[in-house]
Structure formats: C-alpha cells, structure tokens
Write a protein that binds this ligand. Structure first.
Ligand SMILES: Nc1nc2c(ncn2[C@@H]2O[C@H](COP(=O)(O)OP(=O)(O)OP(=O)(O)O)[C@@H](O)[C@H]2O)c(=O)[nH]1
Ligand SMILES: [Mg+2]
Length: 510
C-alpha cells in the first residue's frame, strides 16, 4: 500500500499510516492484522453514523444527505438494520450475513433499498449500499436502527453491527475488531419529544460510536421534524415555527453539550423531498391550484392533515395525500406562500425554496466545518485509539512498549498538534478543565475551524490584521500558561499558544 499523502485525508493520517506500516513487521500476526484494518479504514472516507431514537427521522435525513431516496423509511424490516452507504462506481446493495457471506439484493422500482429483503433477518449482520453519489466520495454515511425506550438490547446489537463493519471476512478476532470498530463521527438526531438526558437516547449515541469517545470534535446534533413543533407552546417564538425550532434547538444544545458541537433545527422530510428528486412539476402544479383556492378554504385545509385530504376541493384527494407525504402541512404552507409572493414561480425555484426552508444547508455547512474539515484529525485520532487498543490487548509487553514509543515520536511532530488541540477542546467542552467563559470560548473557536479568520474570530478581516492578532494571542497564551494558570489550565494554554503560533507562521508565509 502506498503512503502518499493524497491517499489519506491529510498529513496526520499519512503519518499514522506510516507508523502502522512501520510497526507491522515488529508486532504479532494478530496485531499486524489489526493494523491492516486500521490502515484500510484510514484510507476510507470518514464514517458518519446517523444515530438517534426510533422514528426520529434518521433514514429520511440520510436520504436528504445522499440526495436520493434510498434508505427505507417508516416501515419494513430494514429500518431495524445498520446500512452503510458508501461510494461505488456502480449502484448496488449487498446483504452481509452474520457468517460473513454476502448476497446482492435488487433495488425496488423507485431505486430504493427494498423495505423487506426476502432473507432470514435474524441471520443478517448489516447492509452495504454502494452508490455513485458524489457526496459519498469523502463521507460514508451509516444509517442506524432507531433505539426505543424498551429496546435496550438494540443498543448492543447496533454496537455489534457497527463493530463488524466491512470486516466480514472474519480475519479479526472479536477483541481486535472491537478495537477498530465504530463510526468516527456522529450526526445525532433528536426530536422535540426527546429529553436530552434520556439515558436511552444517549445510549444510542454511545452505541453508534462503539469504543470511541464522541464529543464536540466529532459529533453534531440536529433537532429534526422542526415543522411539527407547536410554535405557540414555545416562549419567545412569536408563533413562528422556525423561530420556535431554533429556540428549542438551543435548549437541547445546552443539555447535550459537550456531547455535541451544536444542535441545529432541520426538517428532514422537506430536505429529502427537495434533494432526492421527489418533488415534481406535477406537485408544483397541484400546489399552484391549491394556492388559487379562496383564503378561508385554504386556511381550513391547512388546519390538519385530515382536513387537508378530506376537504371538498378540485385537487384530487390522491394528489393531496401525495403532497402531504412529501411536504407535510408546514411544507405545503411554505410552498403556497412562495406561490402567493411569486405566482409564476417555476417548479425548480419552488423546490429550492423548500430546500431553503428545510435548514439542510446549515447542517451541510456544519458537516463541512465539523467533520469534513477535521477528517484528518478525527480519522487519525480514531486510528491511534485503535492502534493503542490493539497493542494493549496483545498481552505482549515488548510489543506494547514499541507501539507506545512510536506513538510518542509521532505526537512530537508539528502535524500532530491538531490532535492536542482536539484533545484540549474536548476537555474544555466537557468541563473537565474550566476556564473563564471568554477564554473557554476562545479555546473552542481555535479548535473548531480550519479557516484562520474564523479561528481567530475575525472573519473577513485583512490578513495583516490576522497575522498581528495571531501573534498577540500566541504571546498572551504563553504568558498565561506560565503565570496565572492552574496546572491543568496551563497544559491547555500551552496547546492554545502553540496553535496560535503555528497559525501565525502559516499566515505569515501564505
Ligand atoms: N413532518 C415531518 N416528518 C418527518 C420528518 N422527518 C421524517 N419524518 C417522517 O417520520 C417518519 C419516520 O422517519 P424515518 O426516517 O423512517 O425515521 P427513522 O429514525 O429512520 O426510523 P427507524 O429507523 O424506524 O428508527 C416517516 O414517516 C418520515 O416521513 C420531518 O422533518 N418532518
Ligand atoms: Mg430508519
């Protein structure tokens, strides 16, 4: 296997891969097999699990992210299974059985994974879907089964399933497999009804990441089904659904932090419909007809799903049911308002309006800044954790020492500094090391972006200003680390100082 940087998400992952290849001849066969798996995962796209409670809209969101209605939603046995969506040159789906054997399954007539597979589900480990969709080139999306309050056993099942992952050929023993298992990042789906301190909801989260720590570095939350929030019940929302959703998402973030970087409101259903080609010209026409109804009829119909489909009107009931399934009442209302404002709006423009209303763009942006931009650090950290766990479980003290030493050498390199920043950020976010609020915020900011201006909290400013500011903060954190700080704070201050210093060097050179 080549270790050229372009095969890895970045310089740190490349360094970790060199560490693995270098150590392989010096460790037991069993550990070496584990390293091979670590190497394979390092070169693969970042694995993001979509986790959360039963029926929170995980699969719907997966479809929105991939831009294709491929994950079965609502009913069917597949919603009980882990499905891994990864990039492939030809669309295909495989059932992977517990014994490691595989069987291809055909897509259904709509191009989705069939809700029922026609195989003995108790024998199934998970599904592998290979799709040509470009998003999957640098993100593997894992749909997980929903976990309900009476469903504690599912936690273990998800853990197991994610653990087996692609390694279905049985080369690894269970301990090694567990050491390299788990998604590297999590998109955690909550809905209004879910309390953030619900232990089952959090169990789902832990299950998705298996042996790894989830935190602000590799996890974001979404408050899904924002459209179903009763705005009048939320203080300060002024009867505005999106405002209510934003307020509730902030509350959830307060409860869930530091488990996640942020909680964003989203309407998965609208996002799915707008992104997966499910919104057609015929839908737009039907909406235009509905927009033409008199105000009183319209308002009555929009009062409930029942009234919407059963009320006497020219648009056929079947068409209305279809609209309801794709947009729900909130989406329909959005569309009607868009048509009111611009009667000649095209179907394409209407679709974009619905996409805008779904909040998907912010989720994608966060995925980019939290996950994709950090893929190098996240993957390298996950790989190092696996390497450490593998060495630890080998029982050979000499081997453990060799691995330990190699990791020490790696951590001393400048490219490894981002690991220290991620570590520091996690400690601060978790409250394990406390700082005054403004300093804590600064630590989070430095570690939560790869864009220098954003890291410095000076978006849009001139580079000259950024250079000066980076140096000023580097100096400040250095003196803070030497004077004024507790030992724990001092360690973090040192990391922040160096981050600013490296940033200053980079800005000055660039
Ligand atoms: N109104 C509304 N409905 C949604 C939204 N997202 C998903 N749904 C609906 O909620 C139902 C469940 O969605 P799924 O995507 O299957 O949920 P899930 O979390 O994957 O469910 P399990 O895998 O069975 O746990 C479906 O009928 C979706 O259409 C949303 O944002 N708004
Ligand atoms: Mg599902």
């Amino acid at each position: 296997m080549s270790t050229a940087t372009e095969h890895w998400p970045g310089p740190l992952s490349a360094a970790v891969s060199r560490l693995c290849t270098g150590l392989q001849p010096q460790v037991s066969e069993r550990t070496a097999a584990g390293f091979a798996e670590v190497l394979r995962r390092l070169a693969a796209p970042l694995q993001v699990a979509v986790a959360g409670r039963i029926k929170s809209g995980k699969s719907t969101l997966v479809n929105a992210l991939i831009g294709r209605r491929v994950a079965p939603t609502d009913v069917g046995e597949c919603t009980r299974l882990v499905t891994r969506f990864q990039y492939g040159t030809v669309d295909r789906v495989e059932v992977v059985f517990r014994d490691g054997s595989k069987q291809a399954v055909p897509f259904d007539s709509d191009g989705g994974i069939p809700a029922d597979l026609g195989v003995d589900i108790s024998e199934v480990s998970h599904l592998e879907a290979y799709l040509t969709n470009a998003v999957l080139r640098d993100l593997t999306v894992i749909d997980t089964p929903g976990l309900g309050s009476l469903d504690a056993a599912s936690v273990k099942r998800t853990e197991e399933l994610l653990g087996t992952g692609e390694d279905a050929d049985g080369e690894l023993d269970p301990v090694s497999r567990n050491a390299v298992a788990g998604a590297e990042a999590v998109l955690y789906v909550v809905t209004q009804g879910v309390r953030a301190d619900d232990e089952h909801a959090l169990a789902a989260f832990t299950a998705a990441t298996a042996s790894r720590e989830a935190g602000p570095v590799n996890a974001i939350g979404v408050l899904n089904k924002a459209d179903t929030i009763e705005a009048s019940t939320v203080d300060g929302a002024d009867d505005d659904v999106w405002k209510a959703a934003t307020l509730l998402a902030e509350q959830q973030a307060g409860l869930l932090k530091p488990k996640v970087a942020d909680v964003l409101p989203v309407i998965g259903l609208l996002a799915e419909t707008a992104e997966s080609g499910r919104f057609t010209a015929a839908d737009a026409e039907a909406l235009r007809e509905l927009a033409g109804l008199d105000e009183a009829t319209r308002e009555t119909m929009l009062m409930s799903a029942d009234l919407f489909t059963s009320w006497e009107c020219e648009v056929p009931a079947g068409t209305r049911t279809r609209l309801l399934e794709r947009l729900d009442l909130y989406g329909i209302r959005c569309a009607l308002e868009a048509i009111d404002a611009e009667p000649d709006i095209t179907a394409g423009a209407l679709r974009r309006r619905l996409r805008d209303a779904s909040g998907l763009a912010s989720v994608l942006h966060r995925l980019d800044t939290v996950f994709r931009a950090r893929a190098d650090g996240i993957k390298a950290a996950a790989a190092l954790a696996s390497v450490t766990a593998l060495a630890h479980s080998s029982g050979d003290l000499g081997e453990r020492q060799r691995v330990h030493d190699a990791i020490e050498v790696l951590l001393a390199k400048p490219e490894a500094h981002q690991l220290r920043v991620l570590e520091a950020l996690t400690l601060v976010a978790a409250g394990a090391v406390t700082f005054p609020p403004d300093l804590a915020e600064e630590v989070m900011r430095v570690g939560s972006s790869t864009d220098p201006a954003e890291q410095l909290g000076l978006p849009g400013r001139h580079r000259r200003e950024l250079v000066d500011h980076a140096l000023e903060r580097a100096n400040w954190w250095r003196s803070f680390s030497s004077f004024g700080a507790t030992p724990a704070q001092s360690r973090i201050a040192h990391v922040v100082h160096r981050a600013y210093f490296l940033l200053w060097q980079q800005l000055r050179a660039g």
